[in-house]
Design a protein around this ligand. Structure first.
Ligand code: PBG
Length: 328
């Protein structure tokens, strides 16, 4: 008796494996998250994210030029502002001369063709470390959305190509879209963090921006009343469909690796590009294991990124973007 089919024939050598490979990573698969910090000539390594840095504007300029040389064409900006600029309403977020607004201009000056996306949520600016306004132990929804819309206008006016609301307030995509249209900012796109889970994988990111919810009376200790329960699947579809209806150009799922079932399902359910955020905790896990010599950094990195794309991601926001592109 012979095997009915010999599938191994297609795995015989690198040439045939390459020929039949279904998923290929390219530099255009990546969106590069960048952390911007106040000051000059500052490049601070983030303790829980080895080899990843907070950059002052002069270093940001250098970094984006390097990314461009590597073939990377899109960045996602985050800022870390000092505590004295934080308040409950995130007032600094709408300062047209604020750090984010300057960062957008810095990138556009250094690399006019680089696509600039900006994170829109109050947490880096909030004295309580929440994505919206805190009142009596709750996060206000509609009032927060209004500020997020103002923030989006400010980013768009500074030159952002896409705003990326990561806050999970209900109805904010519509509020933001209407505000942009009212101002004639019709070319500014929205990438919605649509299925954003209340994940424990964001820890290193909150270290990077010093943006964790503060431990204080009447301040919720976590983000569970707005970010989604990791146990839920249908809810991700509902959130994503609603964001598309409200005007999202691109939807995003976050985190990555633990949520690839959701990625596949959403990819099959909506007709807009689907982005996946491989988050800080996913980055930290691999860095830690490879520092110990327990995992092969490059091999595991490429396997994870390939799996995210195979699941249906049109592109990936990843702290590994530079490392991955260098291996291509
Ligand atoms: C802010 C925001 C977070 C991340 C992206 N935007 C943190 C959070 O919601 O607490 C996490 C990204 C990462 O962990 O890499 N709303």
């Amino acid at each position: 008796m012979y095997p009915l089919r010999r599938n191994r024939r297609l795995r015989t050598n690198p040439a045939i494996r390459h020929l039949v490979r279904e998923t290929l990573l390219t530099p255009s698969d990546f969106l590069v998250p960048l952390f911007v910090v106040e000051g000059k000539s500052t490049k601070e390594e983030i303790p829980s994210m080895p080899d990843y840095y907070r950059l002052s504007l002069d270093y940001l300029e250098k970094e984006v030029k390097e990314l461009w040389e590597l073939g990377l064409r899109a960045v996602l900006l985050f800022v870390k502002v000092s505590d004295d600029l934080k308040d409950n309403k995130g007032s600094e977020a709408v300062n047209d001369k604020g750090l984010m607004q300057l960062a957008i201009k810095t990138v556009k000056n250094a690399c006019p063709q680089m696509l600039v996306m900006t994170d829109v949520a109050l947490d880096p600016y909030s004295s309580f470390g929440h994505d919206g306004i805190v009142e009596d132990g709750r996060i206000l929804n509609d009032e927060s959305s209004e500020i997020l819309a103002e923030m989006s206008l400010s980013h768009a006016n500074a030159g952002a190509d896409f705003v990326a609301p990561s806050d999970m307030m209900d109805g904010r995509i519509r509020t933001i879209r209407e505000a942009l249209e009212d101002e004639g900012l019709t070319d500014t796109g929205i990438m919605a963090y649509s299925a954003k889970y209340a994940s424990a994988f964001y820890g290193p990111f909150r270290d990077a921006l010093d943006s964790a919810p503060v431990d204080q009376k009447d301040v919720p200790e976590n983000k569970n009343t707005y970010q989604m329960d990791p146990a839920n699947r249908m809810e991700a579809l509902k959130e994503t469909r609603m964001d598309v209806e409200e005007g999202a150009d691109i939807v995003m799922i976050k985190p990555g690796l633990c949520y690839l079932d959701i990625v596949r399902e959403i990819r099959d359910a909506v007709e807009v590009p689907v982005a996946v955020y491989q988050v800080s905790g996913e980055y930290a896990m691999l860095k830690a294991a490879s520092e110990k010599g327990w995992l092969d950094h490059d091999a595991v990195m490429m396997e994870q990124l390939t799996a995210i794309k195979r699941a249906g991601a049109n592109f990936i926001a990843s702290y590994f973007a530079k490392d991955a592109v260098r291996l291509m």
